[in-house]
Ligand binder design. Structure first.
Ligand SMILES: [Mg+2]
Length: 383
């Protein structure tokens, strides 16, 4: 078995330009070659783009481990790797690094059986899956409104805004006044509030028919405050993109959230994702898988394949920012608020390996400050 790591900076293309542009464009892809079969997986690089932390786990432990203990199933691999990294923690960088390997092993498994991943996971119940248009952060209300209108023209039925707490409600009001109410709107807050501030925010948002408010509470594991907010809020609450463990998801699902949002490239891959679907079903909570602003068709292909076989997934985050189209073949088609499940063996999409060379990783400081923290950082910036 040979494993190749690709550290990438695939451009993040937005029109109008996004405030997120400088912080993203970091991808870590993994290619696994096992005899004649190739599987691809992705590690979601978060934490302001700390790619070396993830790649060193792959290079120092995961790749030597797989070379020595070949023949493990994807689920066993994920479990064993989590256990041998116990003292490094069971979330964040650790599970993110495992994700790409575990995903790639599933891709290989399906290809060897001559089937799609969706069919391997129980058989397709749908050929296309609802998606919603996830906006990056924009600089002006005008840009938000024009993008909302374009999204509606493209057939999207729902959008999600990523504006900071200081302007999110103004942006929402503007969208309702200029675009109307036939487009569902969710607000992603990226965890800025204590309970008191979150209640005030919910009060302000509730009159605008909000589909959900996402990650309102800081810190993200303050389950007590989240539970109190869910009891209080007339607007559905969503969370889960910063949850990693099965017990963490149980606690989160117990708070009363309406949507849970696991990220397959963060939590450890397909096997844990399937366990979270089972859990969400037992709590009757809808699943809306997370994706990030610098769109990656690789992670999306996994989410679509799993969604094709599992009805718990109600909608998938679909980033409207574009990416170079010389990197992939057989991408999902997007129309009327749906994405098609790529046909073919494994995950369906193909990665054009030669084209990846054009998008080698660019190292730079990428401080990802989602909330109004970015304004404070700008004030302190020396250059
Ligand atoms: Mg989010």
């Amino acid at each position: 078995m040979h494993i190749h790591i690709f550290k990438l900076s695939i451009p993040f293309i937005t029109d109008p330009p996004s405030d997120f542009l400088d912080q993203w464009s970091v991808q870590l892809y993994v290619k696994i070659e096992a005899n004649d079969t190739v599987g691809w997986g992705e590690t979601g690089v978060f934490g302001s783009g700390i790619i070396g932390a993830y790649s060193s786990i792959l290079e120092d432990l995961v790749i030597p481990f797989l070379e020595r203990f070949r023949g493990e199933s994807p689920a066993e691999t994920e479990t064993v790797l989590e256990k041998v990294m116990l003292t490094a923690g069971n979330c964040g960088v650790v599970t993110g690094a495992i994700s790409s390997i575990e995903m790639g092993l599933w891709d290989i498994k399906a290809k060897r059986l001559g089937t799609s991943l969706g069919d391997l996971l129980g058989g397709k119940i749908r050929e296309r899956v609802p998606i919603y248009a996830s906006f990056p952060r924009y600089r002006s209300q005008k840009d938000i409104v024009s993008t909302a209108l374009k999204a509606r023209e493209r057939g999207f039925r729902m959008i999600k805004l990523h504006q900071p707490p200081s302007t999110a409600l103004d942006a929402l009001k503007e969208v309702r006044e200029k675009v109307g109410y036939d487009l569902k709107v969710a607000l992603d807050m990226n965890a800025p509030f204590d309970l008191h501030s979150a209640k005030k925010f919910v009060d302000g948002a509730s009159k605008y028919e909000v589909e959900w408010i996402e990650e309102p509470i800081w810190p993200t594991d303050d389950y007590n405050s989240l539970e109190k907010l869910c009891e209080y809020s007339s607007v559905p609450i969503a969370a889960g993109e910063n949850e990693y463990t099965i017990n963490g998801f149980k606690r989160l699902l117990g708070t009363g959230i309406s949507y849970v949002q696991p990220d397959i490239a963060k939590i450890g891959g397909v096997s844990k994702f399937l366990r979270i679907l089972d859990l969400a079903s037992s709590y009757s909570v809808k699943v809306a898988p997370h994706d990030r602003p610098d769109s990656s068709p690789l992670s999306l292909a996994y989410a679509l394949q799993i969604s094709s076989a599992r009805s718990e997934i109600s909608t998938i985050e679909y980033t409207i920012s574009d990416f170079p189209h010389d990197l992939f073949r057989n991408l999902p088609e997007v129309f009327n608020g749906y994405a098609t499940v790529p046909k073919g063996n494994g995950i369906g999409i193909e990665i054009i390996e030669d084209a990846l060379k054009k998008y080698s990783y660019i190292q730079k400081l990428r401080l990802l400050a989602f909330s109004d923290l970015e304004n404070r950082l700008k004030e302190k910036e020396q250059i």
